[in-house]
Write a new protein. Structure first.
Ligand code: MLT
Length: 262
């Protein structure tokens, strides 16, 4: 089922009376990146996945986004759907949104799954890379940037084994509205560092990282997990930055084992 909430395309599967899980995708993707998890979990959980403003089916508008406005969108979805203490599950940029959402309103959530993400804000080099990406999209169009960025996201195993899916992903993201993609880049460039808050997370947390993740590598994620009281840290084999897509069986099992303990 699809609903438009505050201009955002929100997709729901499962019985709304069950415990809800909100899936927040990474950049430059859309909610379909969680398909394997939603398919597996929607018999027992109410699965809510949405396209972040400006990506996928959610219109770009003026492209003037901040991490705060992304969290405002998340909050409006929770309120509009009347979700009671949902579990948050965010990958990479979705993880940045999740961490900032916890900092702002941890009491609204019952647990968090952080996949292939980090708590640190962009350093100077990272900010310059975002600026160069925006300039490149302005001069060359979105496709060359999307191809290079997405190629770095996936591990070799997936790129060889699921070549068609990988190429379809590049084609899909290349067709997104460049205004929305640049808006996400600006929101990530301007986001706050949430590292100080990690020790204040009191809800159960699972931290997942692809063993070959080049963007948020295992060492970075392990150090993040160690700062969250009682967090579980799991490395996913045969996977780069997009572990829920690259190794869905292992990611699903890891999430289900975590959920069973709640
Ligand atoms: C993502 O997957 O969301 C991006 O890699 C995040 C980023 O560029 O920092």
């Amino acid at each position: 089922m699809k609903e438009i909430i505050n201009g955002i395309s929100v997709f729901m599967e499962g019985n709304s009376k069950n415990q809800s899980i909100i899936f927040i995708h990474g950049f430059p993707y859309d909610s379909t990146m969680w398909k394997a998890q939603v398919d597996e979990l929607s018999d027992k959980y109410f699965c809510v996945a949405y396209d972040i403003r400006g990506l996928g089916d959610s219109p770009a508008g003026d492209g003037q986004y901040t991490m705060e406005s992304f969290v405002d969108d998340l909050e409006s979805i929770i309120n509009e759907l009347g979700l009671d203490k949902p579990i948050l599950c965010g990958l990479s940029m979705g993880g940045y949104i999740s961490l900032r959402a916890l900092e702002r309103m941890q009491n609204k959530f019952s647990a968090v799954v952080l996949c292939d993400t980090r708590s640190e804000a962009d350093n100077s080099e990272g900010k310059l890379k975002r600026a160069a990406a925006i300039k490149r999209i302005n001069t060359e169009g979105l496709a060359p940037f999307a191809k290079e960025f997405i190629t770095n996201c996936y591990g070799d195993h997936y790129k060889q084994k699921d070549k068609n899916d990988f190429e379809n992903q590049i084609a899909k993201s290349s067709a997104f509205d460049p205004i929305g993609v640049k808006g996400s880049l600006l929101a990530m460039l301007g986001r706050n560092d949430t590292t100080e808050y990690l020790s204040k997370i009191k809800i159960p947390a699972l931290v997942i990282c692809g063993e070959h993740d080049a963007l948020t590598p295992p060492l970075v994620m392990k150090s993040m997990a160690e700062k969250i009281n009682g967090a579980e840290f799991v490395i996913i084999k045969n996977s780069g930055h997009m572990s829920p897509i690259e190794n869905p069986l292992e990611v699903n099992k890891t999430i289900i084992d975590f959920l069973k303990k709640l």
